[in-house]
Design a protein around this ligand. Structure first.
Ligand code: NAP
Ligand code: F7E
Length: 325
């Protein structure tokens, strides 16, 4: 039985990936923060239904010793490094913790693998935020990086560390440069979930309006369930490599709002207010990915389109706020 280790198993992608790996017959280990084990009801909600099937270990991205001990004990065949401070807005408020946690966490886990499980295949959760102020559209694996946030900077460093461990130490290390991906398990701070949850709450009479920032930003939004399949496929290839995972379509935040409120039977213009405080000090104006390398080499393509993604999220949020849920 193959053994996988997932950092960030409590997050959106960890929840989808752990289910995928269990379905494929893997023994799935996850790293969670100590507090999560003490408060599983609130902190492990995304993996509640599979808690008996996964093996959890307490550890933190800040502690090399904790990661080293877990890697030494498990000696995984595959390691999916998903844990990170992943909220771009927050990275402007606390640059230091985002940069320290994200860069050191990736470095620690790579070093622990090099020392204790050098045959383990490694996946790094790289990001389209690395492209930042884009030099060309659509973005490919060859597009130069120009990150616009401490988060983006931390991901460029993680991507370079991953490449260097591949080249210098012969580790099977891959980066998936994933564009925004969403689902009903998305965190409430990200714009898509904020919008679908906001529309559902307004529809149910629980809120009167929704405050948003920049409605003109354009993103390439896909479905998290499709994107975690791509992570798995990268580690099944004969050679390690880096891949862009995207849909190839871009939409404004305004388009997302219009569709989501429309699905809830609401006219968004009556409820959405713009708040200057929610604009970012440096914005990524447009992202649109070219996934042709992944299509050619991994035989991967997205299955859920933009409209179906928005509908799926709105429907789930309407159910969650309904009095019978
Ligand atoms: P997420 O929902 O925010 O999950 C982040 C995970 O990291 C959570 O399990 C969190 O644990 C864990 N974590 C954060 N800080 C930690 C620390 N100091 N020690 C241990 N664990 C820590 O993120 P996601 O959307 O699933 O994304 C997964 C990865 O892909 C992230 O690295 C993200 O940056 C990257 N990414 C995401 C997207 C996207 O659109 N979703 C696109 C490109 C790249 P707690 O539950 O305890 O907080
Ligand atoms: O913002 C605009 C905001 O926070 C999207 C992370 O998973 O994807 C995600 O990063 C856009 C931005 O995602 C609000 O200015 C307007 O232009 O949902 P977001 P993100 O910053 O693109 C990348 C690929 C990752 O790697 C990250 O980990 O929406 N926007 N009004 C808003 N954004 C938020 N959060 N809240 C608003 O009220």
């Amino acid at each position: 039985m193959k053994r996988a280790l997932i950092t960030g198993i409590t997050g959106q992608d960890g929840a989808y990936l752990s289910r995928l790996l269990l379905d494929k017959g893997y023994e799935v280990h996850g790293i969670v923060r100590r507090v999560a084990l003490e408060d599983p009801e609130h902190r492990l909600w995304r993996i509640r239904s599979i808690l008996k099937k996964v093996i959890l270990h307490s550890g933190s991205l800040e502690s090399y010793a904790s990661l080293f001990d877990i890697v030494e004990k498990i000696k995984p065949d595959e390691c999916y490094h998903l844990a990170a401070q992943s909220f771009v807005s927050y990275s402007f408020e606390d640059e230091f913790s985002t940069i320290n946690t994200n860069i050191n966490g990736t470095h620690f886990i790579l070093s622990a693998l090099k020392n204790k499980a050098p045959k383990c295949k490694f996946y790094f959760a790289a990001s389209s935020e690395q492209f930042g102020k884009v030099r060309k559209t659509p973005q490919t694996e060859e597009t130069p990086f120009h990150p616009r946030s401490p988060y983006g900077i931390s991901k460029v460093a993680g991507y370079e560390l991953t490449r260097n461990y591949r080249e210098a130490y012969n580790i099977f290390a891959c980066s998936g440069i994933l564009f925004n991906h969403e689902s009903p398990m998305r965190g409430y701070e990200f714009v898509t979930r904020k919008i679908t949850n906001g529309a559902a709450r307004i529809k149910a009479g629980l809120a009167k309006e929704l405050q948003l920032g920049n409605l003109d930003a354009k993103r390439d939004w896909g479905f998290a369930g499709d994107y975690t399949e791509a992570m798995f496929l990268m580690l099944q290839q004969p050679e390690p490599d880096d891949y862009v995972i995207a849909t190839g379509e871009t939409h404004t935040v305004r388009e997302f709002v219009e569709l989501a409120f429309g699905h809830a039977g609401l006219d968004w213009k009556k409820y959405v207010k713009q708040d200057e405080a929610l604009f970012r000090p440096a914005e990524v104006n447009i992202l649109c990915g070219d996934y042709s390398k992944a299509q050619k080499k991994l035989h991967w393509k997205p299955k859920v389109n933009f409209k179906d993604l928005v509908r799926m999220m709105v429907e789930e949020d309407l159910k969650l706020v309904s009095p019978h849920s």
